[in-house]
Design a protein around this ligand. Structure first.
Ligand code: G4P
Length: 521
């Protein structure tokens, strides 16, 4: 297959959701449909079924959650799907956000009873800021939930995004019967499936087909007809341009657990989701997907294999055909390197790959070489826009168990911070140890664990009351005109840590000549 065909058949995406909305279940079902696994239930170890492949780190195993985010590849209908992992638990990290820098589209998964929840909002903003097209899948229709129209309004009110139904639920909760597919005017009536199997379709056909409508009660049929009429007259038609511009979101209904509506979603997803496209360069211009090989690192993961203490850098291929053993320029290091053992994740398996294409995620064994944002290029010294750092929301002070270990600690913390696990802030005016910030608390546990096991430097951590960091532009505020703590980040940029929004607002008001930015410039 030529390069252009390989590009056109790829879809690289992430699922964003609040914990418990069903992301793991949906992922399992997508793999099930693709044939990457023969029975659902193997993505995440549940009910003592042991740990799934992605639980690499000890700490993950202790907690039974996944700290890392990488990607899984699977095929469906001649397409290659790369699903980026976005850890969804409460303690999610910058990695979750960063995964979105490698995605071409996003599936926003909502629990039909809960609608848009906190973590979904945060992730939505990142996806939307990046201009990613967003699908919406409303899950758990087999349970009582909110009215579809209410959910549509909520998405519009919160995000200014028009959710346009592509499917429509027939009934809900125990009476959920199936979905109406607007594109075809067909209804799918489901029979509940046994755990881990594909849903059986009890019937499929047009609304006027007596055999199909007989599967619904007269009330259900009438209600559906009314709903369809309402949709067609009141809601805007789906417009691909509007979707790709991030202004419309195609909306699907179903139940991941019961496999309802998954195939209907997947089919339309493949048609609508964009294939890998050009990526802008920092210096202006862009790299088209058919240019020679380029890729950028969006995640560095340490200790995936405890026996080898290796580090893996995950790089998203932006352009060109990657071949194992090829040479590429490591742009930051200004050195050509040979890419010998790239890994990819197929379903649950981690394999060495010989070839990869735009949209694919390579796992590169990293002897301390790669940092987030690094570019590999067979097209000369190109640089993409920096992979953003996200503003931390949790902060700790550290104390060394052995005060003599300061040097080792600083080295360890610097290396681990370069991987993007935590951010380092030095109090202005001097302090022997920095304040550390992270997007989620779990990152501190990861840091503590790694300092102890990799750098033989056990530390104690004390939570600090700060809630946010802002980077200051225009100088430092006058001593009596700010609330919070002045700090410098690891690159010496001026920042301030605030305990609450009042401090932030008041400081901004008292310093109109300064700007306080959520992300470093
Ligand atoms: P997450 O990764 O987004 O955190 O969610 P996960 O898939 O783990 O699902 C959270 C819970 O919601 C699980 O139940 C899961 O079975 C359930 N769930 C997912 N999809 C559906 C659905 O379509 N309908 C219903 N009724 N439930 C759904 P659990 O009790 O936490 O785990 P388990 O013991 O059932 O595995």
């Amino acid at each position: 297959m030529n390069l252009s065909d390989e590009i056109q058949r790829r879809r690289t995406f992430a699922i964003i959701s609040h914990p418990d909305a069903g992301k793991t279940t949906l992922t399992e079902k997508l793999l099930l449909y693709s044939g990457a696994i023969d029975r659902a239930g193997s993505v995440k170890g549940r009910e003592g079924a042991g740990h799934a492949q992605s639980d690499w780190m000890e700490i993950e195993q202790e907690r039974g959650i996944s700290v890392t985010s990488a990607a899984m590849q699977f095929e469906y209908r001649d397409h290659v799907l790369n699903l980026l992992d976005t850890p969804g638990h409460q303690d999610f990290s910058e990695d979750t956000y960063r995964a979105l820098t490698a995605a071409d589209s996003v599936v926003m998964l909502l629990d039909c009873a809960k609608g848009v929840e906190e973590q979904t909002k945060k992730l939505f903003r990142v996806a939307n800021d990046r201009g990613l097209p967003i699908f919406t899948f409303v899950n758990k229709l087999d349970r009582p939930g909110r009215e579809p129209v209410e959910l549509i309004d909520e998405v519009e009110e919160l995000f200014g995004l028009r959710a346009v139904p592509m499917t429509w639920p027939i009934g809900s909760g125990p009476d959920f019967k199936g979905v109406y597919v607007r594109a075809t005017g067909q209804i799918q009536v489901f029979e509940r499936a046994k755990a881990g199997r594909k849903a059986r379709v009890a019937g499929q056909g047009s609304l006027d087909d007596p055999e199909i409508s007989a599967l619904l009660t007269p009330d259900e049929l009438q209600r559906l007809k009314d709903d369809v009429e309402l949709m067609d007259h009141v809601l805007p038609a789906f417009d691909l341009e509007e979707f790709l511009a991030g202004r419309q979101s195609p909306l699907f209904f179903g139940s991941a657990l019961n496999n309802f509506g998954i195939a209907e979603f997947l089919d339309e997803f493949l048609d609508m989701a964009p294939a890998p496209h050009a990526r802008p360069l920092a210096a202006g211009g862009e790299v088209g997907p058919e240019s020679p090989f380029t890729a950028f690192v969006f995640k560095v993961q340490a200790n995936m294999n405890k026996a080898h203490r290796d580090r893996v850098a995950f790089a998203r291929v932006v352009s060109g055909r990657f071949e194992r053993g090829m040479d590429a320029l490591h742009v930051r290091g200004q050195k050509s390197i040979k890419l010998n053992y790239p890994h990819m994740f197929f379903g649950r398996e981690r394999l060495i790959v010989d070839e990869a294409f735009p949209g694919d995620i390579l796992g590169l064994i990293n002897p301390g070489l790669f940092r987030i944002g690094d570019v590999l290029s067979a097209a000369g010294p190109v640089e993409f826009h920096a992979v953003p750092r996200f503003s931390p929301e949790q902060f700790v002070s550290v104390r060394l168990a052995d005060p003599g270990a300061r040097k080792g600690f600083l080295k360890g913390v610097q290396q681990i911070a370069e991987e993007g696990v935590v951010q380092v802030f030095w109090p202005r005016g001097g302090a022997p140890l920095p304040i550390l910030g992270a997007v989620g608390r779990l990152q501190f546990d990861v840091l503590q664990h790694r300092l102890k096991t990799e750098y033989a430097c056990p530390v104690l951590m004390e939570p600090r009351g700060f809630q946010m960091a802002r980077w200051i532009q225009g100088g430092w505020p006058e001593p009596s005109r700010f609330w919070g703590e002045l700090v410098e980040d690891s690159e010496g940029r001026a920042a301030i840590l605030f305990e609450n929004d009042w401090q932030r607002r008041t400081t901004a008001e008292k310093n109109p000549d300064l700007t306080f930015q959520e992300h470093p410039a």
